[in-house]
Design a protein around this ligand. Structure first.
Ligand code: FRU
Length: 719
């Protein structure tokens, strides 16, 4: 035991711990200064044949370790895995302290304390995303309750993804905690959630992990840099009657009397959701008729499914951060695709990983056997984004309110490093479920299943230029149910039309562009829409909008109805806002046969931030017609045969000499639908709060045969 260990730890933990001096009576477990691991047991390749001497090839500089040697599982890079296990020893001091760095993948890149064959403590490094540091920091297990027990330390690298390695050094039994201190709370589960309060600015070294009594990770939450403290709720609904262990790792902070561990409790209500009373949904940059999460980051729409009068919209959500991370399925429902109510989170990360994108179906035939008589199971099919990525399912028999993960997950094993985003439909002619799955680069594949549990590969699909989030479905052409085409969709709004024989998709078109705007991504269509309605309805993530200072980040598109229609170029996809938009219409302003070059600007007197504009224009061959919306422009140029909206260009042809436009204006987005949705440009913008003006002008000859502007109402509850 050398004093300098503590000096190293002190450098990072000084504020927390005050000066540290090697205390008399500490017991060294291992310092990894030898050429071999001695009597430690090694499996796999990740740990090499003996302790590393610092940084390994292709690794960022490793620092903070003590002496010459340390455990560094980066041997062979992140890809390699393995374990390193100490001989048994007696726990004779109140704390076990060590230095740790590397990946933050609970259960996968970790140092475990094993007592009686069970993992009773577990620590990770601080890194769960690109960037970060290879520095080792002090970490302490509070083992006062384990004194006198026989124990082993086990160092695990079971991850091949980014930060798929762990660094450890200087393990000692001591009477003095160092750096991050981990404590442990055992709870008997009699409520749906484990809740705890993450303090402001907790940072990545704070980590709360819920463990099942078999030592599986049920859920976890790392700290963020959030400026205010917030509550986190992790679902333990499936573990009622069992015991869970909640481990809380947090920097010791003298003077802060409330630790995360003191706030851990069970609850039937998830904490952390604001009630729709105060200023929620009224914020400066809050879209008023586009879905946004109440708070924090969201991206892709997931699990779009209709049941019993409700449209369900699940979405990629970070429960505790304004940026992407901690992917969990958020959940909202709507009776009409316009008014949304956000519910509790539906599917939380587990030992198979965080919950990436996927879809949902109603299992009408109870093929999976999840429903009791009289019930219909809603089944979600999603990517378990752990190491490696696999596909899993979960089900709900109470209208999506509570979810149970299938016990034998995953249902489709790992195929490629990034395989993800399963979209499932029922294929009646061959009476099976069909899954479209993204594999890698621009490769996708189809899989078939009788019961949503057993999947076999049907065929491959390649879509050069696209990746991620496929959608795959059949639609009538020109409304004729006897004439259908299949559409295969990639996340960047490209699609192909063709046929599907139950095994293989046969493309019949080139790859076509459905949206020309700046922000449409990862669109998904609803399943389960009753035949009597028969619509194919789609919603997209408007990726990349900006919402400075807002409690939320990102927005969805306005839902669109899709149709296939015959055009001179062949069969094409048309996308138009769903008719339920009319629920939001307020005052209307109308003009007819306005000569735009000579009659002046008809829109000059209108002010506001929520509009639907419908225009039937007759532009002459030299016309350039421009809508100006809060300083943003949408311009049709007859000479070029294009529309440029918010800087993005799309080709557009007149039909019978006319250009028909429908433009949806929300606070931070403008969606332009030309010629009944033949051409669509959806883009976000950051408005100048002071500029609420509208305008319409033309150069050359142009007539507005009809022009209608609806003032739109907010879709959010007005408390
Ligand atoms: C698309 C995507 C998906 C993935 C999800 C993760 O935006 O990258 O491929 O499942 O987001 O949030």
């Amino acid at each position: 035991m050398r004093v300098s260990l503590w000096t190293a730890a002190l450098a990072v933990a000084a504020l927390a711990c005050g000066p540290l001096v090697a205390a008399e009576g500490d017991i060294l477990v291992a310092d990894f200064e030898g050429d071999t691991y001695g009597d430690w047991e090694v499996t796999g390749e990740a740990f090499g044949t003996g302790p590393a001497r610092g940084t390994l090839p292709n690794q960022m500089e490793v620092s903070g370790f003590e002496g010459r040697g340390l455990v560094n599982s980066y041997t062979g890079g992140d890809r390699t895995q393995g374990t390193l296990t100490s001989p048994e020893f007696n726990i004779e001091r109140p704390y076990i302290a060590f230095l740790v760095g590397g990946g933050q993948h609970p259960g996968e890149t970790c140092v475990n304390l094993v007592v009686g064959g069970r993992v009773v403590r577990s620590a990770t490094g601080p890194n769960d995303r690109a960037g970060g540091t290879e520095r080792l920091d002090g970490y302490t297990w509070d083992v006062r309750d384990l004194r006198g027990r026989r124990a082993r330390v086990q160092i695990v690298d079971a991850s091949s993804s980014g930060w798929g390695h762990i660094n450890v050094d200087e393990i000692v039994q001591t009477s003095r905690p160092v750096g991050v201190v981990e404590s442990s709370v055992e709870l008997r589960v009699d409520r749906r959630y484990v809740c705890f309060r993450m303090p402001a600015g907790a940072g990545p070294t704070s980590l709360v992990t819920v463990w099942s009594d078999e030592g599986r990770v049920v859920g976890y939450q790392g700290g963020s840099s959030a400026a205010a403290a917030y509550w986190v709720s992790l679902s333990v609904a499936g573990l009622r009657g069992k015991t869970v262990r909640v481990s809380v790792a947090e920097p010791s902070r003298p003077g802060h009397r409330i630790s995360i561990a003191d706030t851990v409790r069970l609850s039937d209500k998830p904490r952390g959701f604001r009630k729709v009373t105060d200023q929620l949904y009224k914020e400066t940059y809050r879209p008023q008729f586009h879905f946004t999460a109440q708070r924090n980051w969201h991206n892709d729409p997931n699990g779009c499914v209709f049941l019993d009068g409700e449209y369900h919209l699940f979405f990629q959500h970070n429960p505790s951060g304004i940026d992407w991370g901690n992917m969990t399925w958020g959940h909202a429902v709507s009776p009409d695709l316009v008014h949304w109510t956000q519910l509790d989170h539906a599917i939380y990360p587990d030992e198979l990983g965080t919950i990436f994108s996927g879809s949902a179906v109603i299992d009408w035939g109870n093929t999976a056997g999840f429903a009791k008589p009289g019930q219909h199971a809603m089944v979600a099919i999603y990517t378990s984004a752990g190491t490696p990525f696999t596909q899993s399912i979960a089900y709900s028999t109470d209208r999506g309110r509570t979810w149970t993960k299938y016990a034998a997950n995953p249902v489709l094993g790992n195929l490629t490093e990034g395989n993800r985003d399963p979209k499932v439909i029922w294929h009646e002619p061959t009476r099976k479920w069909v899954m479209a799955l993204y594999l890698t680069e621009s490769d996708y594949a189809l899989f078939g299943s009788p019961d949503l549990k057993q999947w076999t590969k049907l065929s491959d699909i390649s879509m050069p230029g696209s990746s991620e989030c496929p959608d795959f479905f059949e639609m009538p052409v020109d409304g004729d149910a006897a004439r259908t085409k299949w559409l295969f969709w990639g996340a960047n709004s490209r699609y192909m039309l063709g046929s599907f024989d139950g095994t293989t998709f046969h493309p019949e078109t080139e790859i076509l562009q459905a949206d020309f705007g700046a922000n449409t991504y990862a669109a998904q269509t609803w399943s389960g829409i009753p035949e009597a309605d028969g619509r194919r309805i789609q919603i997209a993530w408007m990726a990349g909008g900006q919402y400075p200072g807002m409690p939320f980040n990102q927005q969805m598109s306005f839902p669109c109805e899709l149709t296939l229609r015959t055009t001179p170029q062949g069969i094409r996809l048309f996308r138009e806002p769903v008719r339920e938009l009319e629920l939001l219409r307020g005052r209307v302003h109308e003009w007819h046969d306005t000569d735009l070059a000579t009659d002046g600007d008809p829109l000059a007197t209108l002010k506001g931030d929520l509009f639907e504009i419908q225009a039937d224009l007759e532009p002459g061959p030299d016309a350039e017609v421009t809508f100006t919306i809060r300083g943003q422009t949408v311009t049709y140029s007859a000479a070029k045969g294009t529309i440029v909206a918010l800087g993005k260009e799309a080709p557009v042809a007149l039909e019978d000499g006319r250009l028909r436009l429908q433009i949806l204006v929300d606070r931070t987005s403008i969606e332009v639908f030309a010629n009944s949705g033949r051409v669509v440009l959806s883009s976000c913008f950051l408005p100048d709060a002071m500029d609420q003006s509208l305008g319409l002008s033309a150069t050359g000859r142009a007539t507005a045969r009809s022009l209608r502007v609806y003032e739109l109402k907010s879709a959010w509850p007005q408390a």
